[in-house]
Design a binder for this molecule. Sequence first.
Ligand SMILES: [Zn+2]
Length: 104
Amino acid sequence: MNMIEEILVEILGHLRTFITNPMFLVPTVWVSFACVISWFILAAKKHQPISKKEVDMLWKSHKQFSQCKAKSYEEILRGNKIIGYRCQCGYEHRQKRPIINFGV
Ligand SMILES: [Zn+2]
């Protein structure tokens, strides 16, 4: 056996250990699964047009929760639809709706 064959056999041995070892395999599967799920959720999110009243409500609740003292906000528009707001304090909210509804 020459050097290259020896190295190849060693690499294949490690690969086999890696592939067949559940200690390695299980977290790998879970990580890939988590990646696919989060990609799916992120990709499913898209901007959701909201009404002027809803923007106002969202902004007021932001002011309350963040104890924000801003006097006004700007609407974030996409086309002629409101998709969120930009508060004077710098806070931005864009309405996103995942296809999978968790009941939030
Ligand atoms: Zn604010």
